[in-house]
Design a protein around this ligand. Sequence first.
Ligand code: CAA
Length: 376
Amino acid sequence: MNLRFTEEQEMMRKMVRDFAEKEIAPFVERMEKGEFPREVLRKMGELGLMGIPVPEKYGGAEMDFVSYIIAINEISRVSATVGVILSVHTSVGTNPILYFGSDEQKQRFLPKLASGEYLAAFCLTEAGSGSDAKSMKSRAVKKDDHYVINGSKMFITNGGEADVYIVFASTNPELGSKGISAFIVEKNSPGLVIGKDEHKMGLHGSRTVQLSFEDMRVPVENLLGQEGEGFKIAMANLDVGRIGIAAQALGIAEAALGAAVEYAKERQQFGKPIAAQQGIGFKLADMATNVEAARLLLYRASDLRAQGMKCGMEASIAKLFASKTAVETATEAIQVFGGYGYTEDYPVERYFRDAKVTEIYEGTSEIQRIVISKYL
Ligand code: CAA
C-alpha cells in the first residue's frame, strides 16, 4: 500500500492550497456574513476544480479520485463552506449524471457542470424523511412526454443557487425503495419553488433551502437511469459523497489543530508557553493522533475508490471517524485558546460551528454505524 501522494497529486495539493490561501481566505469574512461565494466558484471553474473527475471529452479535468479528495481537504482547511459546495456539486450533483446518465444527458449537462457555469444540488431529504430516506413522499407521475412531480425537499445544499437539481421522487409508492426514480431538474422548470433559506449554526456562506414541487413538469428525457433505479443511484453516490464529507471534516480538524499549536507556542502563562505545559501538550498530542488517523482512513477509502474497488464500508468508517475528529479537535482548540477561543476574533469558534454538521449530513454518525455494522 502506497502511503504517499503521486507527483501529480502532490502538485494538485500545492495548487489548491495556494489557491485557497490566496483566493478563498480573503473571502471568508464575507461568507461568514452570509454571502454565497459565486466569485470564488467562478475562479475554481477556471482552474478545473468544478469538474475534477469529469472526462476531458466533457470538458472536465479527468483526474483521479484521490486528487478530487485532496482538493476538498485542502479547500476545507480554509473554508468548510466552499468545501461542502464543491463536494455536493461534484459527488452527488455531477456524478449521478456521469455514472448513470444517458449519452445525451452527459453531453447536455457535464460540460457546463465541469466548467462551473452550472452548479448542482442533490434533493433526497424531506421534512419527514431524513435518515429513513426511502420513506419519501414526493411523487412523480408520467403524463405523455413529461413527469409531473409534487412534493417538497428539506435542507438542500446549494439550493436556490444551483442550475441543476438531482431530484428523487417515487414513481411507484407500492414498490418502496424500488419505486423511487431520479430526475435531472433544471432551475427554470415550471413548478420548482425555492422556499425558506435556513439560518444555520455554521457554514454561513453555503445556502441551504427548502424546495417544493408544485405540479413541476420534467421532460421524460430528464429521467436519470431507469424508473425505480433512483434509490440505488442515491445510495451509490452517497458512498462516494461520504468520502468527500470526510475530507471536509479532516480539513476543519487540520485547521483547528494548526491554530491550536500556533497559539500554544505563543501564549505564555506561568512563565512559559502553554505548549510546554503538559496539560496542553498532551491535548495537542491527542488531537494530532486523531487527525493523523482520520487522514489515513480518508485516503485509504479514497484509494480504494480510485482503484474502482468497493469502498462503502471504508467510506462510512472514514466519515464517522473524521467527523468525530473534527468536532473533538475544534472543541479542544477552543479550550487551548481559552477565553479568546470563545470570541469571533479567532477562527476556532467557526471551526467548531462548521464541524458539527459533518456528523449530521450525508448520513448521520448513527447511519454510518448502521452501514458499517451491515457490512460486518
Ligand atoms: N449502493 C447501492 N445500492 C444500495 C446501497 C448502496 N450503498 N445501499 C442500499 N442499497 C440498495 C439495497 O441493496 C436495497 O436494494 P435490494 O432490496 O435490491 O437489495 C435497497 O437499496 C434498499 O436498501 P436497504 O433496505 O438497506 O435500505 P434502508 O432503508 O435500510 O436504508 C440506509 C439504508 C443506509 C439507512 C439509507 O437509508 C441511508 O443511507 N440513509 C441516510 C440518508 C442520507 O445519507 N441522507 C443524506 C442526504 S444528502 C446530504 O446530506 C447532502 C448535503 O447536504 C451535504
